[in-house]
Design a binder for this molecule. Sequence first.
Ligand code: GLU
Length: 515
Amino acid sequence: MEENRLSNGRKVRVRFAPSPTGPLHIGGVRTALYNYLFARRNGGDFVFRIEDTDTNRFVPGAEEYIIEAFRWLGIRFDEGVSFGGNFGPYRQSERRDIYKKYVQILLDNGKAYIAFDTPEQLEAKRAQIPNFQYDATTRTGMTNSLTLSKEEVERRIAAGEQYVVRFKIEPDQNVEVHDLIRGLVVINSSILDDKVLYKSADQLPTYHLANIVDDHLMEISHVIRGEEWLPSAPLHVLLYKAFGWEDTMPEFAHLPLLLKPEGSGKLSKRDGDKLGFPVFPLEWHDPATGEISSGYREKDYLPQAVLNFLALLGWNPGNDQEIMSMEQMIDLFSLEHCSKAGARFNYQKLIWFNHEYILGTPDSEIAKMYMPVLVQHGIDIPLEQAQTIVGMFKSRLNFVSELWDMSKFLFEAPQEYDEKSAKKWWKEGAAGYVSELCDFIESKQTSTLSELEPAIMDWIAGKGYATGKVMNALRVALVGAAVGPNIFQITDFIGKKETLDRARRAIPVMRNVQN
Ligand code: GLU
């Protein structure tokens, strides 16, 4: 781990700060992952903050969902909601008094003002002035503490009138955002409106104020977040300045958009629905509509595969390496290797990652995942046997959930035979040679057929038969189709008696195919 102090003496501290407005989108998982990698790489802290000041958008269960998602993914926070720490509380709804204090500071310094305009008055202005924006050019014509007398403002507040506090943005200033991924972004402050920072109605700050105050108080050194927050960054820079916190302003890094797998534009839930992949880490049950959205966990993806895939959507390790353990990703991660160009969400590649991670996982581990599925189908075998099955099929698996369909013939003799396979392999005397082979096998004393393999091969050669024809005819009888692993692995698993039973049961069917 590198020296964990920055050149200005500050410690690296980053945060993931979701709003609990629904399930965590996969783009949010990528943002959290990059923060996590950055924190670990630099020996820093990773903070989990809940930004729940927008009470209208609050969705019950969302916070729990987010915590559970990171638990599944194996991303750990050092402090925050449900993790504790010295900078709490970490849920913004529990920090009302703190924000009030900072709103007052801005009011006292003349950096913010109180506005009483009702929704109806604002609506009337919008109708009257094209592209109306509450700013330096319009604020003088509105109902606020800049246009009303001090007494009038106090009277209105005492009378219980609702108000908001707006940020007083000075026009025509160049606002510079230094972004570690995008470089210098400059905008003119005249395009910004006097953003609402606080609402008396619910006594809560808006996102912008709470976000800046908390990043400051929680000593956040780097703000790494999605591109959709880039338009807010100039306002945030101005807020830091208004508080006089320029020296401890965090560095910004806005991550590239996640794009649709095909076509152009931003990845949406609809793309996932259409093409059949989840856009959420876990399945989500919408408490309001009852709608269920699929999740990577329930769709049987391995969390490491999901993380490895996401890591490469917007970052590269500087070489062609694709499969990386968490330790390797931490070791290689840097914001300099993040791109500003959008990253296409190629979910086929994610399936490939899942396959690769299955290959890289010990058979015994996959077997442990498979055991409950076997139990569900009423099959009670020891772990070692499940492990043998995994060994037979692993190279073909994209998902562990495919194992049952691939391997169930080991437990259930085929009830019917695949037509194409039968047409191909059960012709020209198959019934004859399979029946002779059964007699030969029965005449031998060995219990496993694999021990007999050389003898069987000699027997086939002696008879002048074609090995492929004999073995495939037998395979279709055992499996029900011309698929599956090595035939002797199959016969050894089901046993000599079951092998002979299945083969002999298929012989009359072979005769039918021949006719
Ligand atoms: N609460 C914001 C969100 O939902 C946080 C944005 C930020 O990281 O500043 O993503």
